[in-house]
Design a protein around this ligand. Structure first.
Ligand SMILES: [Cu+2]
Length: 509
């Protein structure tokens, strides 16, 4: 449901600005015109046999991101990205995926607690022309999740072409909080992705060796599949669902006038209480929901301030890849007054207790060229030699590791008991920051370097940033689904690191 591709001027400028609305923050880009922010189509499924049924077709297409230039893309039920799937806690959902692409893919329900064989990881490949059905009960609280390709060795290129979409869980508790919840009106999804384009408009992906190490960073920003998007706000209180669906880029998000905003939810649902901040760092696969007060009716720009995460790492600073983007221009000059009065206390999980645990499971993220990993793994040359011997991660195959080992489809790294909780100790023995993701769980961050987490990191998480040298303790519920034959993944969510082998797998027994 692409919106028309017409360009528009801020109505604030077109209509002339009232004395109370000074265009102090309007950058040149606004005057040049913006693309209306596309909102992904909403699918609520079809009720049949007591289940909510969805259909997704993975398909090839093309999209005119830039006028007159057609970019070959992949998407679900459309040319780029996919529809937003909306479901209720307690539903049984049945999602049929048809692969109409020329290569094998998978669809992973990121953040969902579900049986391993329904998870859509690398062990559930869908061949070209084949169908795959994933059925599970939604047993977790309201949250903004997403789905994306998770194909063995090919997650990076497939997501980059567009294989990702949103998945919302609703529940009665969140509905009672008087939050903005009118999809696309005052409850706005923002899928944030950086991309590089060739002169003729094609996506440019991994064209030189260092990009495999740093992860793919682009010079352009797409939001919901649009370059330079603008939003004519219809309400003066917006809920923005921020989803970092980039392959590797971290963002430091803030408003152009420095206004504060309230973080209300993280990856797995609502926070215990709203956290007022003026900036927020997001790594790939992290989600945050924020409330933005626009009652001053002043135009404002949501920006990436740049320099977050690994942007200064290695060659990226020199190549102008360290970020700094306009994410979304918001014009609230004609916004209606919101009737919503969201509560401060949001009913998220109680603050996690810090428990001394002698038997924490240690997981150390490593890269080949530095630190302990180099000693143990034979360094860069060892990694390259191994990589050239048929590893699907390619040249970097042996260089990306967890606890000294590169991912192996045939090796289960450990088992955990069902219906239990484990404390995991996360370390990072590499020079880059890594977003660490665990399937089938919403965990809690207990401590970061021995200190309690920031207010916005106190809720349910499935992906957490581990900076170089940091030590994190997380409490990981193992979920109710025992299955010794089908593993779940844990991995770095920089997709080139994941494809390169910074991944492991565990079973629940
Ligand atoms: Cu990584």
């Amino acid at each position: 449901m692409d919106l028309p591709r017409r360009r528009f001027l801020y109505s604030a400028l077109a209509l002339g600005l009232g004395a109370s609305v000074r265009p102090r923050v309007l950058p040149a880009a606004v005057r040049k015109g913006l693309t209306p922010l596309p909102i992904p189509p909403l699918l609520e499924g079809e009720w049949r046999d007591g289940k909510r049924h969805f259909r997704l077709n993975a398909q090839a297409g093309e999209r005119e991101f830039m006028p007159g230039k057609a970019t070959p893309t992949w998407g679900f039920n459309g040319d780029y990205l996919g529809p937003t799937l909306r479901m209720q806690r307690g539903d049984t959902v049945s999602i049929e995926v048809l692969n109409r692409l020329p290569e094998t893919t998978t669809v992973h329900w990121h953040g969902m607690i579900l049986p391993a064989r329904m998870d859509g990881g690398p062990h559930q490949p869908i061949a070209p022309g084949a169908r795959w059905r994933s059925e599970y009960r939604v047993i977790q609280p309201a949250a903004t999740l997403f789905y994306h390709a998770h194909t063995h060795g090919l997650t990076g290129p497939q997501v980059y072409r567009g294989l990702a979409g949103l998945l919302y869980i609703d529940d009665a508790e969140s509905a009672a909080l008087d939050l903005p919840s009118d999809y696309g009106v005052d409850d706005i999804p923002l899928v944030i992705q950086d991309r590089d384009f060739t002169d003729d408009g094609r996506f440019r992906y991994l064209e030189f060796m260092p990009e495999r190490m740093t992860g793919k960073h682009g010079r352009s920003l797409l939001v919901n599949g649009a370059l330079s998007p603008g939003l004519q706000a219809r309400s003066d209180l917006l809920r923005l669902r921020l989803v970092n669906a980039s392959n590797a880029r971290f963002y430091r998000l803030a408003f152009s006038d420095g206004r504060r905003f309230r973080v209300i939810a993280s990856d797995g649902g609502l926070l215990p209480e709203a956290a007022a901040v003026s900036e927020l760092v997001m790594a790939p696969a992290e989600r945050y929901e924020i409330l933005v007060d626009l009652s001053d009716r002043k135009p404002v720009v949501l920006r990436d301030l740049g320099g977050a995460g690994n942007a200064g790492f290695g060659p990226m600073g020199m190549m102008g890849l360290d970020g700094g983007f306009d994410v979304l221009h918001i014009d609230p000059s004609a916004a209606g007054r919101s009737p919503r009065r969201p509560k401060q206390r949001l009913g998220g999980p109680d603050p996690a207790r810090v428990e001394a645990s002698a038997d924490a499971r240690a997981l150390v993220l490593e890269m080949g060229m530095m630190g302990r990993g180099m000693m143990r793994g034979g360094g860069m040359m060892g990694g390259m030699r191994r990589g050239m011997m048929g590893d699907p991660g390619g040249m970097m195959g042996g260089m990306m590791r967890i606890n000294g080992r590169t991912f192996d489809m045939q090796r289960v790294d450990f088992t955990v008991p069902a219906n239990s909780e484990e404390v995991w100790l996360l370390g990072n023995d590499s020079p880059m920051a890594h977003p660490f993701h665990v399937h089938n769980t919403q965990f809690r961050l207990l401590t970061r370097n021995g200190r309690p987490p920031a207010a916005w990191e106190r809720g349910y998480k499935d992906t957490v940033i581990v900076h170089p040298g940091e030590k994190l303790r997380i409490r990981v519920p193992t979920g109710p689904y025992a299955d010794a034959r089908h593993p779940y993944m844990f991995h770095c969510h920089i997709l080139e690191h994941e494809d390169g082998g910074m991944m492991g797998q565990f079973t629940v027994v």
